[in-house]
Design a protein around this ligand. Structure first.
Ligand code: GSH
Length: 241
């Protein structure tokens, strides 16, 4: 990718929360670079040594730099809302319902993170395994079905198509939900495959997003990073049908 790209994402070399942003940039065929300076560059933004111009200091990645105007922004939801109108992903007249869906999907993402880090991110999973097992038992039983029912219901309630959450075109909310679903298939394969037949709209939605030509090309490329130490991890002991 060129050094003159329009956007720079600053994020760890994992899918994580950066992936919501990568998917939107790829959907639009935007010109963007993914953390050219690697982990050191991420650290420079959070330890205050990067040149932030007139922007506030971020607490944590993901961070987006808009190279055209020098805006530097953190917080996943704020970044998505900033980019969405520029990338044609904001849902138009339904932009606030799009925001509702995206924020709900990001809540779900946070709850997935808590399955392996219920006590704190500063501790290893191995130091909180008992709490993780207790948290995840409730997450599997109560929370996954609750969030999936929300998704399935709202796909069905979209009068224009059951393949997107709002209106007749894809929005950033669809990418939030698609990424969380994809991560859940990786982290909780038994639970997800047991639950999926319960829902009418989720599998067609998942397949539809995945088969968008630019997204399919991205997913097959080296730019799509493998799941490893981020939100979506596979611990066999946490997954049950
Ligand atoms: N609510 C924030 C959470 C940011 C966050 O937790 N970032 C993680 C990576 S996904 C991180 O590196 N956190 C370091 C920290 O919180 O100290 C967002 O959505 O951007």
């Amino acid at each position: 990718m060129s050094n003159n790209a329009d956007y720079k994402l600053i994020y760890w070399p994992i899918p994580g929360r950066g992936e919501f942003i990568r998917l939107c940039l790829e959907h639009a065929g935007a010109s963007w670079t993914d953390t050219p300076g690697g982990v050191d560059e991420v650290l420079s933004y959070v330890n205050g040594s990067a040149d932030l111009g007139a922007n506030p200091a971020p607490l944590a990645p993901p961070i987006l730099k808009d190279e055209k105007n020098g805006v530097i922004l953190s917080q996943t939801a704020a970044i998505l809302m900033y980019m969405a109108p520029k990338l044609g992903l904001d849902g138009g007249k339904q932009h606030m319902h799009t925001a509702q869906h995206a924020l709900t999907g990001l809540d779900f993402n946070d709850e997935v993170h808590n399955t392996h880090h219920p006590i704190g991110s500063a501790l290893y999973y191995e130091d909180q395994k008992n709490e993780a097992a207790r948290y995840t038992e409730v997450f599997r039983r109560e929370r996954i079905p609750k969030f999936l029912t929300y998704l399935d219901t709202n796909l069905g309630r979209n009068t224009q198509t059951d393949k997107h959450l709002t209106g007749d075109s894809i929005t950033y909310a669809d990418y939030v939900w698609w990424q969380v679903l994809d991560g859940l298939f990786y982290s909780f394969p038994k639970r997800m495959h047991a639950l999926l037949p319960t829902y009418t709209n989720i599998k067609p939605f998942y397949d539809n997003i995945k088969s968008q030509p630019r997204i399919a090309a991205y997913l097959a490329s080296e730019r799509r990073l493998p799941y490893s130490q981020g939100v979506f991890r596979y611990y066999a002991e946490l997954d049950k049908a």
